[in-house]
Design a binder for this molecule. Structure first.
Ligand code: PMP
Length: 354
C-alpha cells in the first residue's frame, strides 16, 4: 500500500475473481463461462467496429438499447446498459444505498455484494440461508431496508419463483429490491415483467453466461424509468462511455442470433442433468440447480482436496473457504466432452483417496 492510499479505502477487502490462469490449458469449469464460442456474426461485428476505434461510442447505446427493449418487451427508458452486470450492481449500491439506506442479502451469495457495500460505505446485514441452502422469502418480506438477491442464487444454484420475488417487492414499497438474474436463462423464472408493476424493483442480467460474452462485458438493468434515470445519473457522473464500440456492435449481433444462444442454454440444462446424475451415482450430494453450475459435496473427499486434486489433473473447479460451504465445490456446466474428462478425473481421484 502506498502512503497516498485514501483512508476511506484502507480497510477494503477486494472481491477475489475466480482463477483465470494464463499458463496452461485447463478444462475450465470454475467461473461459469459458456463452453460455446460466440456465433460468427458476433466476431465479425466486433471486427467491423474495431475499424472505427478512433471514435467514441454512442454513450446512450441507442440502437442496442432499443433491440434489448424489444427482446424483453419493455421500453428503452426501462433499460440501462453497463460494463458487465457488476457495474449496474455497483451503480445501484451508489444510487440507492447509503448510511441511512442499508441493504440486506443472504449470507451465502455472490461475494461482490459485501464489497459493493463496503466501498460505498453502506451498512449491510447478511441473512442466513436455511439449513438446506434455500432462501426463505419470509426473511425478506417487510424487511425494512434495501435488498439484493441473486436468483438463481450463487454458488448454490437454487432459485425462488417469480411470485416469491413479487411478495418481497410488494412488502417493501419504500425500499429498492434488486434481483440479480445473472443465471436466469438456465431455467429459473425471471422477474423482468414484474418491473412494470413495482417501481421499487430492479432486475439485473448479463450477456456473460447465457450469451457466451463474458469477455465482451455487457450487463443491463431493467426497472421503472425513474430508477433507470437515477442509475444513468451515476453512470454519466462516472463513465459515460462504459460500453465500448466493439461490445456495442457485437452485442447487437448477439441479439440478432438469440435463438442460437437460447438453444445453447437448453444444451447446458441437459448437460447439467447428465453431470448431476453421474455425480450422484458416485455418491455426491448435488443441490438442485437452475443455473449453469452445480454445487456439490462428497463424503469421500473434502472440498479443498477435490479442488486441488482436479487442478493437478488439469481441471479447474471453484472452492470457497467460508466455513458453511467449505466442504462443497461449484462446478460450471461445460460441454459433454469437458464433463466426461471431469468425471474421469473425479473417479480416479476417488479411487486414489480410498
Ligand atoms: N451476479 C452474479 C451472481 C455472478 O455470479 C456474476 C459473475 N461473477 C455477476 C453478477 C457479474 O457478472 P458480469 O459482470 O460478468 O455480468
Amino acid at each position: 500500500m502506498s502512503n497516498f492510499f485514501s483512508e476511506k479505502y484502507k480497510g477494503l477487502t477486494p472481491y477475489a475473481p475466480g482463477e483465470q490462469p494464463q499458463d496452461m490449458q485447463y478444462v475450465k469449469l470454475n467461473t461459469n463461462e459458456s463452453p460455446f464460442p460466440p456465433c460468427e456474426a458476433v466476431a465479425k461485428a466486433a471486427e467491423g467496429a474495431a475499424k472505427k476505434l478512433q471514435l467514441y461510442p454512442d454513450p446512450d447505446c441507442k440502437t442496442l438499447t432499443r433491440a434489448l427493449a424489444e427482446r424483453y418487451d419493455v421500453a428503452p427508458e426501462n433499460i440501462i446498459l453497463t460494463n458487465g452486470s457488476d457495474e449496474v450492481l455497483n451503480f445501484a449500491f451508489m444510487a440507492f444505498c447509503d448510511a441511512d439506506h442499508p441493504i440486506t442479502f443472504p449470507d451465502i451469495s455472490y461475494g461482490f455484494y459485501p464489497v459493493f457495500a463496503e466501498i460505498n460505505r453502506v451498512p449491510f446485514q447478511a441473512i442466513p440461508l436455511r439449513e438446506d441452502f434455500s432462501i426463505d422469502p419470509a426473511d425478506y418480506t417487510n424487511v425494512g431496508c434495501n435488498v439484493v438477491i441473486a436468483n438463481p442464487n450463487a454458488p448454490t444454484g437454487l432459485a425462488l419463483r417469480a411470485e416469491q420475488i413479487e411478495q418481497i417487492a410488494v412488502t417493501n414499497p419504500d425500499h429498492v429490491v434488486i434481483i440479480d438474474e445473472a443465471y436466469v436463462d438456465f431455467g429459473a423464472e425471471s422477474a423482468v415483467l414484474l418491473t412494470k408493476n413495482y417501481p421499487n424493483l430492479l432486475v439485473t442480467q448479463t450477456f456473460s453466461k447465457s450469451r457466451s460474452f463474458a469477455g465482451g462485458r455487457l450487463g443491463f438493468g431493467i426497472a421503472d424509468k425513474a430508477l433507470i434515470a437515477d442509475l444513468n445519473t451515476v453512470k454519466y457522473s462516472t463513465n459515460p462511455y462504459n460500453i465500448n464500440r466493439m461490445t456495442n456492435e457485437a452485442a447487437l449481433a448477439v441479439l440478432q442470433n438469440d435463438d442460437f444462444y437460447m438453444q445453447n442454454c437448453n444444451i447446458i440444462q441437459k448437460n447439467r442433468a447428465y453431470l448431476s446424475d453421474a455425480l450422484q451415482g458416485l455418491g455426491f450430494t448435488v443441490l438442485p440447480s437452475l443455473s449453469n453450475f452445480i454445487f456439490v459435496k462428497s463424503d469421500r473427499i473434502g472440498g479443498e482436496a477435490l479442488y486441488l486434486g482436479l487442478k493437478k489433473r488439469g481441471v479447474l473447479v471453484r472452492h470457497f473457504t467460508a466455513e458453511r460451504i467449505k466442504d462443497y465445490n461449484r462446478i460450471t456446466i461445460g460441454s459433454r466432452e469437458q464433463l466426461d474428462i471431469l468425471l474421469r478425473e473425479i473417479k480416479q481421484l476417488l479411487e486414489e483417496t480410498i
